[in-house]
Design a protein around this ligand. Structure first.
Ligand SMILES: Nc1ncnc2c1ncn2[C@@H]1O[C@H](COP(=O)(O)OP(=O)(O)OP(=O)(O)O)[C@@H](O)[C@H]1O
Length: 227
C-alpha cells in the first residue's frame, strides 16, 4: 500500500464562467521514504495540492488517502488531530513562535498532543540539523536559514508519516537555500523521511528522487532527480 495516494483530485474555485480549476484530476502515489518535488509555475496549483495532501482544505471531488486513512471523510476535529500526528509542515516563512526558544519551538507539537518527549530522538534531530548550540536562542536571534532548520526540526520531532514543504527556501538567498536543501536531503536519507516539496524552481527540484511537473492543475510529466 502506498503511503499517500490521490485519486482524480479536483479543486475548483468560484463558478462558471469564472471558475478556476486549481486542481483538475491529480492521481499521485507516494511510497514510504520517497523525496518528491512538485514543480510548476506560479498559479499552476502547487499550494492547492499541498493543502489537499495535508488535510488543510477539502477537495471539490476525488480523495486523498494517507496511511490508509481517507482524509475527506474526516471531521475538522479529526483532521486537526490527524495532521498533528501524521503530517509535518514546513512553510516559506518558518512560522516559529517568537516567545519560545529553539528547543521549546521544536517540542511544542509533541506537547500540544500531550505526548512524552523522546529526548534522545529530539537530540538526534537537533544535532543532525546543526542546532545544538542554539537550543536556548529565540527565533529573532537566528538567521533565516537557521530558523528554517528549526522549522524542519519541529516538523520532524513528531515523527510524521510525511513532511510537506511549501517553497521551503523561498525566503532564502541561494547559498542558504543550498544549505537548507542539504538538510532536507539529509533528513530524507538519515531518517528515511517521506518528503513532498513544492517549488517553482527546476534546479531545486533536482534534489528530489522524483519530480512531478504540474500545469493548470494537472500533472503533465514525471521524472527523476539527480539525487
Ligand atoms: N481561495 C482561492 N480562491 C480562488 N482562487 C484561488 C484560491 N486559491 C488559489 N486560487 C487559484 O487557483 C490557482 C492555483 O493556485 P495555487 O496557489 O495552488 O498555485 P501555485 O502553483 O501554488 O502558485 P504560487 O507558486 O504563485 O504560489 C490560481 O489560479 C489561483 O489564483
Amino acid at each position: 500500500m502506498p503511503l499517500l495516494e490521490t485519486h482524480e483530485l479536483k479543486k475548483y474555485y468560484g463558478r462558471e464562467p469564472n471558475m478556476v480549476r486549481a486542481l483538475d484530476g491529480v492521481n499521485l502515489t507516494v511510497e514510504t521514504g520517497e523525496f518528491v518535488a512538485v514543480v510548476g509555475q506560479s498559479g499552476s496549483g502547487k499550494s492547492t495540492l499541498l493543502h489537499m495532501l495535508g488535510g488543510l482544505d477539502q477537495p471539490t471531488s476525488g480523495y486523498v488517502v494517507v496511511e490508509g486513512h481517507e482524509l475527506n471523510g474526516m471531521s475538522d476535529e479529526q483532521l486537526t488531530i490527524f495532521r498533528r500526528r501524521n503530517i509535518g509542515f514546513v512553510f516559506q516563512n518558518y512560522n516559529l513562535v517568537p516567545i519560545l526558544n529553539v528547543y521549546e519551538n521544536i517540542v511544542l507539537p509533541i506537547e500540544l498532543d500531550g505526548n512524552t518527549i523522546d529526548t534522545d530522538f529530539v537530540s538526534e534531530i537537533v544535532n543532525t540539523l546543526g542546532l545544538d548550540g542554539k537550543r536556548g536562542n529565540f527565533p529573532n536571534e537566528l538567521s533565516g536559514g537557521q530558523q528554517q532548520r528549526v522549522a524542519i526540526a519541529r516538523a520532524l520531532a513528531t515523527k510524521p508519516s510525511i513532511l510537506l514543504a511549501d517553497e521551503p527556501t523561498g525566503n532564502l538567498d541561494s547559498k542558504t537555500s543550498q544549505d537548507v536543501l542539504g538538510v532536507l536531503k539529509l533528513t530524507s536519507t538519515q531518517f528515511h523521511q517521506t518528503i513532498i516539496m513544492i517549488t517553482h524552481n527546476e534546479q531545486i527540484a533536482q534534489l528530489a528522487d522524483r519530480i512531478i511537473h504540474i500545469e493548470d492543475g494537472k500533472m503533465i510529466r514525471e521524472g527523476c532527480g539527480r539525487r
